[in-house]
Design a protein around this ligand. Structure first.
Ligand code: CO
Length: 148
Protein backbone atom coordinates (compact mmCIF):
# COMPACT_ATOMS: atom_id res chain seq x y z
CA UNK A 1 0.00 0.00 0.00
CA UNK A 2 1.04 3.56 -0.52
CA UNK A 3 -0.18 6.93 0.57
CA UNK A 4 -1.51 9.22 -2.16
CA UNK A 5 -1.34 13.00 -2.40
CA UNK A 6 -4.62 14.71 -1.52
CA UNK A 7 -5.91 17.20 -4.10
CA UNK A 8 -6.59 20.56 -2.46
CA UNK A 9 -9.40 23.06 -2.97
CA UNK A 10 -8.70 25.33 -5.93
CA UNK A 11 -7.80 22.40 -8.16
CA UNK A 12 -10.48 22.17 -10.89
CA UNK A 13 -10.51 18.37 -10.54
CA UNK A 14 -12.56 18.72 -7.34
CA UNK A 15 -15.32 20.45 -9.29
CA UNK A 16 -15.77 17.82 -11.97
CA UNK A 17 -18.36 15.04 -12.16
CA UNK A 18 -16.86 11.58 -11.77
CA UNK A 19 -17.69 8.63 -14.01
CA UNK A 20 -19.08 5.25 -13.01
CA UNK A 21 -16.70 2.44 -12.07
CA UNK A 22 -16.96 -0.39 -14.59
CA UNK A 23 -13.86 -2.49 -13.85
CA UNK A 24 -13.90 -4.36 -10.53
CA UNK A 25 -10.35 -5.57 -10.79
CA UNK A 26 -7.20 -5.83 -8.67
CA UNK A 27 -6.29 -2.24 -9.55
CA UNK A 28 -9.50 -0.94 -7.95
CA UNK A 29 -8.68 -2.91 -4.79
CA UNK A 30 -5.16 -1.45 -4.66
CA UNK A 31 -6.50 2.09 -5.05
CA UNK A 32 -9.10 1.52 -2.30
CA UNK A 33 -6.36 0.20 0.01
CA UNK A 34 -4.26 3.28 -0.75
CA UNK A 35 -7.21 5.55 -0.06
CA UNK A 36 -7.85 3.98 3.34
CA UNK A 37 -4.17 4.36 4.22
CA UNK A 38 -4.18 7.99 3.03
CA UNK A 39 -7.39 8.80 4.94
CA UNK A 40 -6.18 7.26 8.20
CA UNK A 41 -2.74 8.95 7.94
CA UNK A 42 -4.46 12.31 7.39
CA UNK A 43 -6.74 11.70 10.39
CA UNK A 44 -9.87 11.89 8.24
CA UNK A 45 -13.05 9.82 8.22
CA UNK A 46 -13.73 9.84 4.50
CA UNK A 47 -11.96 10.18 1.18
CA UNK A 48 -13.37 10.19 -2.34
CA UNK A 49 -11.53 9.21 -5.53
CA UNK A 50 -11.44 12.76 -6.98
CA UNK A 51 -9.47 13.76 -3.86
CA UNK A 52 -6.60 11.61 -5.09
CA UNK A 53 -7.05 12.81 -8.66
CA UNK A 54 -9.29 10.04 -10.03
CA UNK A 55 -12.61 11.10 -11.52
CA UNK A 56 -14.37 7.84 -10.69
CA UNK A 57 -17.43 7.23 -8.53
CA UNK A 58 -16.04 5.65 -5.38
CA UNK A 59 -15.08 6.63 -1.87
CA UNK A 60 -13.99 5.18 1.46
CA UNK A 61 -15.79 6.08 4.68
CA UNK A 62 -14.91 5.30 8.28
CA UNK A 63 -17.93 4.58 10.44
CA UNK A 64 -18.10 5.67 14.07
CA UNK A 65 -17.70 1.96 14.93
CA UNK A 66 -14.33 2.00 13.14
CA UNK A 67 -15.63 -0.07 10.24
CA UNK A 68 -14.45 1.03 6.79
CA UNK A 69 -17.19 1.14 4.16
CA UNK A 70 -16.21 1.27 0.50
CA UNK A 71 -18.88 2.97 -1.59
CA UNK A 72 -18.60 2.25 -5.31
CA UNK A 73 -21.15 3.80 -7.69
CA UNK A 74 -23.27 4.88 -4.69
CA UNK A 75 -26.85 6.06 -5.18
CA UNK A 76 -29.16 7.68 -2.67
CA UNK A 77 -32.39 5.64 -2.42
CA UNK A 78 -33.92 7.43 0.56
CA UNK A 79 -33.04 10.32 2.84
CA UNK A 80 -34.92 11.81 5.75
CA UNK A 81 -34.47 13.82 8.90
CA UNK A 82 -32.23 16.86 9.03
CA UNK A 83 -29.19 17.46 11.18
CA UNK A 84 -26.74 20.35 11.18
CA UNK A 85 -23.20 19.73 12.30
CA UNK A 86 -19.73 21.20 11.92
CA UNK A 87 -17.96 19.64 8.96
CA UNK A 88 -14.53 19.77 7.38
CA UNK A 89 -12.70 18.13 4.48
CA UNK A 90 -9.19 16.82 3.86
CA UNK A 91 -9.14 18.85 0.63
CA UNK A 92 -10.09 22.07 2.46
CA UNK A 93 -7.66 22.19 5.40
CA UNK A 94 -8.50 24.43 8.33
CA UNK A 95 -12.06 25.24 7.24
CA UNK A 96 -15.06 24.02 9.26
CA UNK A 97 -18.66 24.99 8.66
CA UNK A 98 -22.17 24.01 9.71
CA UNK A 99 -23.69 21.76 7.08
CA UNK A 100 -27.25 20.39 6.99
CA UNK A 101 -27.53 16.74 5.96
CA UNK A 102 -30.07 13.93 6.07
CA UNK A 103 -29.91 12.19 9.45
CA UNK A 104 -30.87 8.87 7.88
CA UNK A 105 -30.14 7.58 4.41
CA UNK A 106 -30.52 4.40 2.46
CA UNK A 107 -27.91 3.76 -0.21
CA UNK A 108 -27.38 1.32 -3.02
CA UNK A 109 -23.75 0.79 -4.00
CA UNK A 110 -21.29 -1.86 -5.06
CA UNK A 111 -18.45 -3.39 -3.08
CA UNK A 112 -14.95 -3.90 -4.48
CA UNK A 113 -16.03 -7.20 -6.05
CA UNK A 114 -18.92 -5.45 -7.81
CA UNK A 115 -21.60 -7.00 -5.61
CA UNK A 116 -24.67 -4.77 -5.16
CA UNK A 117 -25.32 -3.72 -1.57
CA UNK A 118 -28.25 -1.86 0.00
CA UNK A 119 -27.63 -0.42 3.42
CA UNK A 120 -28.96 2.24 5.78
CA UNK A 121 -26.75 4.76 7.56
CA UNK A 122 -27.58 7.02 10.47
CA UNK A 123 -26.36 10.27 12.01
CA UNK A 124 -22.60 10.84 11.70
CA UNK A 125 -22.12 7.79 9.46
CA UNK A 126 -24.86 9.09 7.14
CA UNK A 127 -23.15 12.50 7.12
CA UNK A 128 -19.79 11.06 6.06
CA UNK A 129 -21.40 9.09 3.22
CA UNK A 130 -23.28 12.17 1.96
CA UNK A 131 -20.14 14.33 2.11
CA UNK A 132 -18.14 11.76 0.12
CA UNK A 133 -20.92 11.25 -2.43
CA UNK A 134 -21.01 15.01 -3.02
CA UNK A 135 -17.33 14.84 -4.03
CA UNK A 136 -18.35 12.55 -6.91
CA UNK A 137 -20.49 15.38 -8.28
CA UNK A 138 -17.94 18.14 -7.74
CA UNK A 139 -19.66 19.52 -4.64
CA UNK A 140 -17.68 20.68 -1.60
CA UNK A 141 -19.15 20.85 1.91
CA UNK A 142 -19.03 24.63 2.16
CA UNK A 143 -21.31 24.90 -0.91
CA UNK A 144 -24.07 23.60 1.37
CA UNK A 145 -23.04 25.34 4.59
CA UNK A 146 -25.46 27.44 6.63
CA UNK A 147 -24.74 30.17 9.15
CA UNK A 148 -24.33 28.75 12.64
CO1 CO B 1 -14.28 16.04 1.64
Amino acid sequence: MAKRDIVKDGDPLLRKTSREVTAFDARLGHILDDMVETMVAADGVGLAAPQIGLLRRFAVCQMTSGEIVELINPKLLEGDGRAILNEGCLSVPGKYMQVPRFAHIKLAYQDREGKLVEREFFDFDARVCQHEMDHLDGILFYDKAVKA
